[in-house]
Design a protein around this ligand. Sequence first.
Ligand code: PEP
Ligand code: MG
Length: 929
Amino acid sequence: MPKSTSTKTGQARTPASVKHEAGSAKGGKVLRKLSRKIDAPLEIPHPRNKPGKMVYFFGKSLTEGAADQKVLLGGKGANLADMTSIGLPVPPGFTITTDTCANYYRNGQRLPHGLMNEVHKNIALIEKDTGKKFGDNGNPLLVSVRSGAAVSMPGMMDTILNLGLTDLSVAGLASSTSNPRFAYDSYRRLIQMFGDVVMGVNHDLFEEAFNKIKNKYGAKLDTDVPTQGMIELCEAYKTVYQRAKGEVFPQNPFKQLELAIEAVFRSWNGDRAVSYRRIQGIQGLNGTAVNVQTMVYGNMGEDSGTGVAFTRNPATGDNIFYGEYLVNAQGEDVVAGIRTPLPVDQMPKWNKKVYQQLIEIKHKLEKHYKDMQDIEFTIERGVLHMLQTRNGKRNGPAAVKIACDMVRERLIDEKTALVRIPAGDLTQLLFPGFDPAKKKTADILTRGIPASPGAAVGKPAFTAEEAVERAQNGEKVILVREFTSPEDVEGMHKAAGILTSTGGRTSHAAVVACGWGKCCVVGAGEMHIDLAKGTMTIKGRKFGRQDVISIDGGTGEVMAGSVGTIEPKMSGDFGQVMKWSDKYRTIGVRTNADTPADALRARDFGAEGIGLCRTEHMFFEGERIRAMREMILAETLEARVKALGKLLPYQREDFIGIFKAMKGLPVTIRLIDPPLHEFVPHEDEQQAELAKIMGIPASKVKARVKQLHEANPMLGHRGCRLCVTYPEILDMQVRAIVEATIDCLRSNIKVFPEIMIPLVGTKKELVALRAQCEAVIAKVKEAEDYKPRLDIKIGTMIEVPRAAVTADEIAEAADFFSFGTNDLTQMTFGFSRDDIGTFLGDYLAQELLPADPFQTLDTGGVGRLVELGITQGRQTKPDLKIGICGEHGGDPKSVEFCHKVGMDYVSCSPFRIPIARLAAAQAAIKAEK
Ligand code: PEP
Ligand code: MG
């Protein structure tokens, strides 16, 4: 079997046998789901929890629960109690605790002793509050029975509505509402729901019975069935029930209730709920609570209705009441999208009083919860009832605006505002994004690994040259490649977005694109490229050079056609959040930047220095790659030095540009790192072209390329090992740094260069290379006749496990450490950075890993090495400056870890700087608590 030779600069040669699985759609999906992972609440004994108490009432006469009892009462139960306490119109009811659910399971799936007694007492309390009677044949009380765990699990557990209807009470409901059709419709819904959900009667049997009645009455829709038909349907449903269960539909409302409560408890361990908890990583919960609540109806006529709303706009953050309602409808009708709801601002035309009441409730809820709320309500015959409230989900721009507005409104303080904004969501403020409305109807072809956020729309270009040419002619192109290589850089730069079928988050395409803020999706394994024909095929659908595609670098989605985008708004609030972040954070934020343009952009985003300048990235373009190749192909020292001489001015100019851009901020320059063979051409045609330029036979080029080949280049001749073999490369690079430094200092530009030696594993390596650097510094000073002291620090990356465990020794020769957690992760796990896409999806799906370790630092393993490295390094040098420059430096969770372990700074790509600034502040604020 061919070996996958993963690469440093991303020139991946993945064997055909695995490439189509790489970064499968499955992996992408799981990744997205896991990114929404929820932290399970802690089971801390709560002062209000009364031992042994199984039922908590909420109503006019008494409210026993409170908002902070979510673990015991579930999110829904706690908030229903809380809304009742603050005087909102909540239909009365009670919550059976999650502990009772746990007891039900402990008890061999039997309701705990005494529970039904408490239920009886609480039903009596509801009867007192409502003036209705459970099972009454005059004005019956009907209830809903709903699940509700501490963490919301939408639609994953069971609900039974209209409970309490019997042959007797349905007649009572018909007369008390003067609406027999409604009464019998409610009854048939109960029989069906109870039969299906509680008793496991086959749903299709009910459908068959309904179709018969519809045929009899010539009704197309359910709503066309007349009252008589509904009465007959109830009879038919009862027959279905009796045939299936061998007993009549229960005519005792308390029996119905008991069975329904049990069914909700059972649904906690139903397939849906179990899978959902697994996927979302929800652990440590007791079970579900059960909410039994008085039914209210939005479908009782033109004076009734139902709706859902947010107290502020969740897409923009605007402080306006935002939502939809439907007249004469039930909650399901709004959610199911069968009828088109009306925007709430049209409600005054229908019922001004209710609208005003809702606006008052909006203010009351926000004042109470100090956050934007998502509510559900029903209007029964002109009377408003609140059915739910919870903190509303919102996008990045809205999160920023709401947080800032609430500080201005004195609802929350600055620290609360900062902690509330998901740091990763700030990216949505930095890149144009797809219009969420347009995205809903987009034709999604596949999902790859989201590598660099943003939205790109364009036509596929299959080579870098093609991308450059077409882009220069004004076309918007997406560079579609199996993988990218150094030669592609120009094309990557010119393309609107980058899409590859192999590679992971830290592949070359991803790292470079992220640095530029360019939208990039990698590892779209379902995509097959036919370079010769100029087509890409996804699940049998072919796209050529003239077909438009859209890619979402934030989600990894690849879509057919042009999906509409919206420009981000860099509002004043964004700046405010950054200011507050800087006020509270205690660690520095630097950037990974390789060009003056990136450095400038990073400064604009607030970078306090460069934490990693990858010098090899400077060799990719035009003339430089040619000189670089000459250097690599050189057979003698003399020839190599000559080629390096061509590279020197480029490097020097770049460093001068970067130093100028950083205006006296520290700049960490890393010496060459990738294996040399990544710079040489591998195809015959390109090799022949290079041979021609160099005036040597093509066979020589071929032979040297072959000679440079390594089975495991990532573990091969790279990093400091290159300079051990070819000291002249170090000489050239350090000379360029020192000459640029002296040049700037002579022009009164402050510079603080830091030379960083990569891939060090032993103290001896560092000692030797440090000595060589110092010798070059001295030599250049002399040649330049520069007398003042030069402040050039020399440090190393800690990216090989051996370096982390011998950090005390290595620190003796280092002025600073920078953790290269990309390689440290690769080498600690033994996972190839470039090939992890082939199996990561399976690992995440089977929960063998909590997250992509190249994205979020594995604190339990790699993190331990980092901690050890820091402790040991500072044992030797207490003031040792320590940072991180792996991709984790821009990941909020990893930034929190870096804060905790006492790093001085994190370094990340320019577009992630705002995220890192906010995440660092959040880490500091959380640590205070
Ligand atoms: C690293 O290994 O974390 C690092 C920053 O270096 P590179 O990604 O260039 O190998
Ligand atoms: Mg590295």
